[in-house]
Design a protein around this ligand. Sequence first.
Ligand SMILES: N[C@@H](CCC(=O)N[C@@H](CS)C(=O)NCC(=O)O)C(=O)O
Length: 230
Amino acid sequence: MKLYEAAGDHRRPFSNRPYSWRIVMALAHKGLAAERIALPISDKESLAFSGQTLIPVLVDGGTILPDSWAIACYLDGTYPNTPALFDGPVARAHARFVHEWGDHVQSRDLVPMLVYDAWRHAHPRDSDYFRQSREARAGCTLEEINARRGGVLPRFRTHLDPLRVSLRTHSFLCGRAPTYADFIVFSHFQWARCVSPYRLLESDDPVYHWRERMLDLFDGLARNEPGYDV
Ligand SMILES: N[C@@H](CCC(=O)N[C@@H](CS)C(=O)NCC(=O)O)C(=O)O
């Protein structure tokens, strides 16, 4: 298998975007190996084979799959004798909710806090594209977005309350052991860790301790990516 991901700068080969990182964790969970291929996100020509423009893309023999959710479902369907990402259709539906929560709540707070730092860690070829596309989306400069991040942090932490309360009774979102819903939520934190020294969590927060447990999984797979340990 091959997994196409976004490239980072000279300090890190991959930018560890959330949608890619959850698939890296999913593959490790299932014990499946994939060659990780880093592409600048502005290099749309190299992704043309997939018929769309976004990472991640998984290639498994003749199957070409963009979209992290489709990839996760494909992996469970195609490799049923490996540890499951979804323990049945109910768990899959719940994980889909978590996927949407990640996009609509977690990511909405994280992007304004991290986008400037992410630009500083962009692949050199992506620098202009990243700035222009994100500034056009926000309607202001990356520096202006960054200057307001202190105002976003309290809201981000409050929005983590459902996670915080769940983690008081379970070690992982999925119970005693992590599965795909954990990988989804963690993938946003892993992107943050890889691009930004901004401290998102205090060390007395149950979410902080869960993040530590996630960093330790699979022999420290996530912790071994270059990042900021804050
Ligand atoms: N729904 C897609 C979203 C994928 C996505 O938005 N990827 C972003 C990076 S995390 C991307 O490729 N951006 C390229 C660009 O901005 O041109 C998924 O779950 O995989």
